[in-house]
Design a binder for this molecule. Structure first.
Ligand SMILES: [Zn+2]
Length: 1023
């Protein structure tokens, strides 16, 4: 036979575009449109419906960026379109085109259709523009159209250019002019047979595109499509569509191969809680997407929808109670399925240990209490890499499965597995799936299904994967076209077998077919978006401060409740926690949102800090009594300066100067800061050229090198400005060596060496201070930052030969190689750490602690005079202090910052842990009458108390969370120092653990705990 593949395909494409698609709407009629523009922030429906509307003509502009226009659309459904007179195989719909652009759903104008009594019907978005006009639901009692469309003029922020600065990221800068034109608002008679034929054609045409041209099946499908083209008359598509469908039926009936990949297609909408829109818009996005889903479920009972993020349900509950009740009903039916169990889909690199635990606690408690279900998987398709602490926290929250997709974005290496055990730092593991389809926004096209099958790495041992389908990021959700694709690929030769499913069914099936998956151990580092540890430094600082203030507030409020009978501000703490948890969302804390989001985050953090300080003040006043004696308060887990951890002590004598007085250097050059433990030499330019551990005599600074060296890099990533640091940044470095001024000055705790540097349009002032009795040189860096596309690093070249570096993560630490032997090591050129990093040789180490920095790089370093024979003698630790990306926030990081770090000479891991807490939990001194006995004492410093609080259930029980911090075994006596009835070991949600795990061995008043490396234990002490 002659090969006509190309000609037939061209014929098919023209037929679809010019005849088949236009024939779906058999007829349309105009409606009357009136409009009212809000001119500001969104208003509730009741306000909108009471406004005064003016006639509005199709083709008119509407909507300045971020504004809302309400359209009131009314008119008759033409006689003969509905009821008994309706033509067979038709339905009636409202069709709306708000002026949709080429951008995807969720990245431009969106609308919500309401009935006059305030019920949401469905959203209108590009590629999902219809509102079903069903009697009793969207039509009034007379069968007339009477609807309101709340149209959000959300701008397309990137406008196709993901690196160009945009004014669209804030109301004030986005301009006064309308950006959309209302194109369509009419009632339409939909031809269902034509629509079905269009779906048949799309499914089969997709197959032809993905099958090898030489495959018999491809030819068979192409011939069937040709027969369809011959059968359908372009002049009478409606009249011949059934014949077209008949021509395709045999091709659609051919069953899948026995070995076909099996796909669990799970309806989904990954809605970013803030990103290229503010959180207030996400509230409406949730309403739009969820109402789309409910509408789809009305049409197809088999559709299931996986929906994460308790925060998003909670928004809908607060703002759209009627919609929420409908969702609750579908949740009860198992169709609308809460997944993930977290408050938001948070970043997992930067949230602290307790905060990451609280993501699960707050999320799961919400799902259990409000929706009556407990998700059993952690669902994080889009977060930028996954901490090795997560498997344990997931398990301790009662979840045993994990889903991610983002690792497919790696720029260098390919994950070897799609279904595997993921094992964390403590040895806990979760059953993990990484969908081979490589998207969480699938449309179930043949291309995507074929990709899932092609890439699936477990072939031969297992054969099932999950495909999340539906428009996501900006919302939208699954469409009926996607469901139609699933229906046609249920059992179709040449395609994977697709079944409409849910997350739990997938995990059950995957576990059942795969007895021994491989294990991935440790973090799942994302080889991408490495700038997200640093961008938007004020947001990061706000997070770090909030986490530690929350610890203090809970600790002192719980102590005051037990010791002084004070009321525990449970609701207030819950509200503050929820704000902090929301802002750990994977585009807020990582710094990848528009200006609006970050300015709002900064305001929220300031308010959170104000309220938490108030809670701390109230609690401490209740605890230390009335008086004017100075009481030193230590919220940290370790005793410090004579004050027990978690306690407070009256200072009998005033504390002396906190820091040593710098003396001029040996030749009158620079300064020396010295105490009994450490001797530090600062050169005339403010660099640390020597730091000696006096006990061992060991020098910490690499010979000939300068520590406390600020380095400025050109930072122009290839694509994602705020997200990425590209490796080539290292090849453009300016050392900021000159000091404009250096002097001894009065710092907050005593004398400091103060260095001023000026460069570009910016200035940096640094205070170097050594405490009278500690080994940590504290460096406070105040920056007035006006650079663009620059990365500011602070370097410490250390005379330590370290094969690996140790970085704090949640409830423990990870080791990462300092060499770049493999492509995996090389790609890990920027890493995240929490309060400290550490490098060491046996018997000697150095820690660098920080109070608000997350991004680091730690590399092997040769001395300047090294011979060819001499490799890396030292290790350079660098902190990434500031960036200045131009997209999506063109002014990211501009202005003032203060960042503190500490160089701890002669430090073990235990010292690093101690300094990390101390730097982030500064001592308070308050006036009072007496000290405070800690609520709980732990006799082993390896075992660290991370949280002390009252139980979430309001019982008044005291909950203590602690962990083994050094990566070893520990035996600890934990003594609650108050009257109590019993002590139980619980999960993170404060539920008793079953069996031996739940039993706490008693010894008098104490509990004896045996902890394995990095084990997290939650104790509930019943009063
Ligand atoms: Zn996302």
């Amino acid at each position: 036979m002659h090969d006509t593949t190309t000609r037939t395909t061209m014929r098919l494409e023209r037929f679809v575009k010019d005849w088949l698609e236009p024939a779906v709407l058999r007829e349309t009629r105009p409606l009357d449109v009136e409009a009212w523009t809000v001119g500001g922030e969104p208003v509730p429906f009741a306000d909108a419906v009471a406004a005064s509307y003016a006639p509005f003509a199709l083709g008119s502009p509407w909507g300045r960026p971020w504004d809302t226009t309400w359209f009131h659309v009314t008119g008759d459904v033409p006689a003969g379109w509905s009821g008994d007179a309706a033509p067979a195989g038709t339905r009636v719909e409202l069709v709306v085109d708000l002026g949709f652009t080429g951008a995807g759903p969720g990245f431009q104008a969106e609308g919500t259709a309401w009935t006059p009594d305030g019920r949401i019907v469905k959203a209108v978005e590009p590629r999902n523009q219809h509102v079903p006009l069903v009697a009793g639901q969207a039509l009034d009692a007379d069968g007339r159209v009477d609807l309101y469309v709340e149209a959000a003029a959300n701008p397309d922020v990137p406008g196709g250019a993901w690196t160009r600065p945009t004014p669209m990221g804030a109301w004030e800068t986005s301009g006064p002019d309308p950006i959309y034109v209302l194109r369509t608002m009419h009632v339409a008679l939909v031809d269902e047979t034509v629509w079905e034929l269009l779906q048949d054609v799309r499914a089969l045409h997709g197959l032809v595109r993905v099958l090898p041209g030489t495959a018999p099946r491809a030819a068979e499908v192409l011939r069937a499509l040709e027969d369809m083209l011959d059968a359908v008359d372009p002049d009478d598509v409606a009249g011949t569509a059934a014949a077209g469908r008949a021509a395709l039926a045999p091709a659609l009936a051919a069953p899948a191969a026995a070995s076909a990949h099996r796909v669990h297609a799970v309806g989904h909408a990954h809605i970013d809680s803030a990103w290229l829109w503010p959180t207030r818009e996400t509230v409406r996005k949730c309403a739009r997407t969820f109402s789309n889903v409910l509408s789809l479920m009305d049409e197809d009972p088999d559709v299931r929808f996986a929906c994460s993020s308790a925060q998003q349900y909670s928004w809908v509950q607060e703002h759209y109670p009627e919609l929420f009740e409908r969702i609750r009903e579908r949740v009860r039916e198992g169709r609308f399925v809460p997944v993930g169990g977290m408050w938001v889909e948070s970043d997992t690199n930067m949230p602290g240990g307790e905060a990451l635990a609280r993501q699960l606690v707050a999320g799961k408690r919400y799902f259990i209490e409000e929706l009556g279900v407990e998700p059993k998987e952690v669902w994080l398709p889009d977060s930028f890499g996954y901490t090795a602490a997560l498997p344990q926290l997931a398990r301790l929250a009662g979840s045993d499965n994990f889903l991610t997709q983002k690792i497919s974005w790696n720029d260098t290496n390919t994950m070897p597995h799609h279904t595997f055990w993921w094992e964390g730092i403590d040895g806990s593991r979760v059953f993990t799936h990484f969908p081979p389809v490589d998207t969480y926004n699938s449309d179930l096209s043949a291309e995507e299904l074929a990709r899932a099958e092609r890439q699936y790495a477990e072939k031969g041992r297992a054969n099932t994967s999950l495909v999340p389908f539906g428009f996501g990021d900006g919302g939208g959700g699954p469409t009926r076209e996607m469901v139609a694709a699933a229906r046609r690929t249920r059992d179709l030769e040449g395609s994977p077998r697709v079944e409409l499913s849910d997350s739990q069914s997938f995990f059950d099936a995957a576990r059942a077919e795969y007895a021994s998956p491989a294990t991935w151990t440790g973090e799942m580092y994302l080889e991408y978006h490495r700038g997200t540890y640093t961008s938007q430094a004020r947001t990061k600082r706000g997070n770090r401060r909030s986490e530690h203030l929350l610890r203090e507030a809970e600790l002192w409020a719980a102590t005051a409740a037990v010791r002084a009978g004070a009321e525990y501000p449970a609701e207030r703490l819950q509200r503050l926690w929820r704000t902090v948890l929301l802002q750990q969302f994977h585009d807020i804390l990582p710094g990848s949102s528009i200006a609006w989001v970050h300015r709002e985050a900064e305001r929220n953090y300031a308010e959170v800090a104000r309220e938490l300080e108030e809670i701390v003040d109230d609690a401490l006043r209740a605890l230390v009594g009335q008086g004017d004696r100075p009481v030193a308060v230590n919220a940290g887990p370790f005793a410090r300066d004579g004050v027990a951890g978690l306690g407070a002590t009256v200072l009998e004598a005033p504390r002396g100067a906190g820091t040593v007085t710098p003396v001029p250097g040996p030749d009158g050059d620079g300064w020396v800061l010295e105490n009994d433990l450490v001797r530090v030499v600062v050169d005339p330019n403010g660099h640390v050229v020597s730091a000696v551990d006096r006990r061992s005599g060991r020098e910490a600074i690499l010979p000939g090198a300068r520590a406390n060296l600020l380095q400025l890099h050109r930072d122009v990533p290839n694509e994602w400005e705020a997200w990425d640091i590209d490796e080539h940044y290292r090849r453009s470095t300016t050392d900021l060596v000159g000091a404009a001024k250096i002097e001894v000055a009065d710092g907050a705790s005593g004398p400091v060496v103060r260095v001023l540097r000026e460069f570009g349009s910016s200035r940096v002032e640094q205070d170097l201070a050594l405490p009278a009795d500690g080994r940590g040189l504290r460096i406070t860096t105040r920056v007035d930052w006006h650079e663009r596309q620059k990365l500011l690093k602070l370097a410490f070249p250390l005379d330590v030969r370290a094969e690996r570096a140790t970085s704090e993560i949640q409830f423990g630490h990870v080791h990462r190689p300092t060499h770049v032997n493999t492509s995996w090591d090389h790609a890990r050129f920027e890493t995240v750490a929490h309060r400290w990093v550490h490098v060491g040789e046996p018997g000697f180490g150095v820690a660098v602690a920080n109070d608000s920095t997350y991004g680091h790089d730690i590399t092997r370093t040769r001395t300047a005079d090294a011979t060819d024979a001499q490799g890396a003698r030292g290790t350079t630790v660098r902190l990434s202090l500031l960036r200045a990306p131009k997209f999506p926030d063109p002014d990211a990081d501009q202005g003032e910052h203060e960042l503190t770090c500490e160089l701890v000479v002669g430090a073990g891991i235990d010292d690093a842990v101690r300094h990390g807490y101390a730097l982030n939990l500064p001592e308070r001194v308050v006036p009072g009458a007496h000290g405070v006995e800690p609520l709980v004492r732990v006799d082993d410093d390896a075992v660290v108390v991370e949280a002390v609080k009252l139980a979430e259930d309001g019982s008044g029980d005291v909950v203590v969370r602690l962990y083994e911090s050094r990566g070893g075994r520990a035996r600890a006596r934990v003594t609650p120092a108050f009257a109590h009835a019993s002590v139980e070991v619980t999960d993170l949600l404060e539920r008793p653990l079953a069996g031996a795990d739940g039993a706490a061995a008693r010894d008098g008043d104490a509990v004896l705990l045996e902890l394995t490396p990095f084990q997290v234990v939650t104790l509930r002490v019943r009063r």
